[in-house]
Design a binder for this molecule. Structure first.
Ligand code: CDP
Ligand code: CDP
Length: 220
């Protein structure tokens, strides 16, 4: 029997983390863990409960009193927030624009760290986010930093929104990614950065299949 493996993936929005992770998980028979979905689910709950997003202690309290579960079905990951399916709702622009409040709160990140490490403990996982290679699983068997040019990432997001029939304003699209990049790169706690020993894959000009192949070629 082969040993269990743990793969950690970080990178900015639109670098292909979730799509590549899903492909790897399927091909190698691993559990896919989308940590961004956890921050999104907490953000949705904070918004629904009318919590002041500027109050970090309140956000930490919320995180401690919330159950987030990722379950896996044929159609993909289903996100349960206190038992309720929020898979679609957490993808809304309101959630995307507010998630940084939760992501910068130390108490929230501590709570997420415990949960994410517990999930990864059993092994055979591919976990992706912003701080997986640096904070959550620095000893993972394989660590990747996925990247792509800003223009390419904007292009991908545009295509994704168009394919899903979502409305968007062209000028807002690049602005939103720029703002999120900046917030993720500059926050004090667990900012997005390349782990020294992470393998960097720049997928500018690569199809999704090519990017996934590039990553998998290191794992085999
Ligand atoms: O898929 P997308 O690039 O839109 O983002 P995501 O992975 O769903 O993550 C949403 C937000 O959650 C990110 O912009 C980060 O601010 C935050 N996040 C984080 O701080 N740490 C993680 N491990 C994962 C996500
Ligand atoms: O998770 P992250 O935000 O890093 O990116 P993603 O959600 O996996 O990818 C964003 C969009 O770009 C999706 O629609 C992917 O299919 C697409 N993509 C692509 O066209 N070419 C790639 N090499 C990687 C992703």
């Amino acid at each position: 029997m082969r040993n269990k493996i743990t793969i950690a993936i970080d990178g900015p929005a639109g670098s292909g983390k979730s799509s590549v992770s899903k492909i790897i998980a399927k091909r190698l028979g691993l559990l896919y863990v989308d940590t961004g979905a956890m921050y999104r689910a907490l953000t949705l709950k904070a918004m629904r409960n009318g919590i002041d997003l500027g109050k970090e202690t309140d956000l930490a309290g919320l995180a401690h009193n919330t159950e987030i579960e990722l379950t896996h079905k044929e159609e993909g990951t289903v996100v349960l927030l206190d038992g309720q399916d929020v898979t679609e709702k957490i993808r809304g622009t309101d959630v995307t624009n507010n998630v940084f409040y939760l992501a910068r709160a130390e108490g929230v990140r501590e709570c997420m760290k415990r949960l994410q490490r517990k999930i990864a403990e059993k092994g055979d996982v591919v976990m992706e986010g912003r701080d997986i290679t640096t904070v959550i699983l620095p000893d993972a068997d394989y660590k990747f930093y996925l990247d792509a040019s800003f223009e390419e990432r904007v292009k991908r997001r545009r295509k994704e929104l168009e394919q899903n029939g979502k409305q968007f304003v062209e000028s807002e699209l690049s602005k939103d990614i720029k703002i999120r990049d900046k917030k993720d790169l500059t926050r004090k706690i667990a900012p997005l950065r390349k782990a020294e020993d992470a393998i960097v894959v720049d997928s500018t000009g690569m199809s999704l299949e090519e990017e996934a192949e590039a990553v998998i070629s290191y794992v085999k």
